[in-house]
Design a protein around this ligand. Sequence first.
Ligand code: NAD
Length: 482
Amino acid sequence: MPTIDYRQLYIGGHWTDPTTAATIDVHSPTTEQLIGSVPRGGEADVDAAVAAARAAFDDPDGWASWHPKQRGETLEQFAAELEARGGETAARVAMQNGMPIWLAQRFESIFPPLLLRYYSDVMNSVPVEEERPGMLGGTALVSRQPVGVVGAIVPWNVPQGIAFLKVAPALAAGCTVVLKPAEETVLDSFLMAEAAVAAGLPPGVLNVVPGGRDLGAALVSHPGIDKVSFTGSTAAGRAIAETCGRLLRSVTLELGGKSAAIVLDDADLGASIEAFFGATLLNNGQICWLNTRILAPRSRYTEIVDTITDLARSLTIGDPLDPETKIGPLVSSQQRERVEGYIAKGKQEGRLTTGGSRPPGLDQGWFVEPTVFADVDNNATISREEIFGPVLSVIPYGDESEAIAIANDSDYGLGGTVWSSDIEHAADVARKVRSGTIGVNHYVNEPVAPFGGIKDSGMGRELGPEGLHAFQIHKTIYLPPA
Ligand code: NAD
């Protein structure tokens, strides 16, 4: 198969020559073969991208000054151009990070244009300026203005979906963006840039500079940036927050997780097994909000462990481009080593009920079997640390208050689920779990509602109108008494 190669970067609305000769090579996690290469952005490229975004934002007649309707029309064009490339984008993501193609079609192809349209609508449905009669005489004119130039840094696990959690609200708000994709998934970001060119996004409104963590750090601390929006590991988020704290720079952080699925004693897991799979093992276990701690009542413990074990055994492992595949490879050999390290630890800390090895017959690619450990204590390493692979720990509990206490006994607080036949009761239990989001009998990142974490899972929110507000600042004009 021919490789996908790019030689220029999308900066300032044009394809420009990179300032260094270095490249990023992308390998397939399925075949281990080279599948493409792109220029590796250097600090001078970050400078050029930030300067272009700055000029576009500061232009008095530019993007930020446009009426939201006018921006909305351009974003509609962008959405349509993304849709035209949707199949290719989904395939590229699947080829780069192992995401099963049916999931890539949803997360990477359908979700980005949906977010562009949603945020255009939100921006157009709420007036940006509000008159408040004052209490001390006069009137206050309160407006929401774009925060400025945004540095957006994204991970490899859901590269397009996560990028548009930032790009869509930022552009709708009137901000301009410099996006830094992760090294593992750079090829899809060039399709995004092609769509932006075809849609006629004004120069500098969106810029893409591929690179590693050093380039990310250069973007975070760049003097031309007003706001940083980051998704990735807690360790990197902490480093970024420190820089932003020193610079007094606004930052949103979406970080790791170790969420709990609380299975109540009246749950019918068998009836919701697809949804349970979606909440626990989606994307080969490589999603921040996945429920990797399964809390099972002692009254039905054996049956629930069996159900989860059967689910893990039933999943088709293979080529992510095959629509039948439920579990693809992990993103890289390093990621597999990391996950295998946790599996080795899990064999000491729990009882392996299925998986635990590389799948037989798949000699190429970074595959790991879906793995379930039962009888795990919540203090075990595999219960505390984010594994980011298809590895579940089943933890027994006595009564509901113990289940809630275990769910809350975590450094993280991002997602979670409660499984029950009684929706209202489950929602009551969900209210008591300390996390930014939680689902009842399913888990979805609903676009209309805020998503984000507490504790080590981050700060700030994406999605919903709150996700737009993250890219806006309030400004007040005091008008004199009439
Ligand atoms: P990572 O933090 O190593 O890298 C993420 C991105 O940040 C990459 O683009 C990387 O180049 C960049 N980066 C790394 N260190 C940086 C630094 N010091 N300064 C600036 N940029 C830096 O994470 P990863 O291994 O690519 O992704 C997996 C992690 O992301 C997991 O921990 C997962 O939970 C988390 N994640 C969180 C969410 C969420 O919404 N909460 C979503 C997806 C992934």
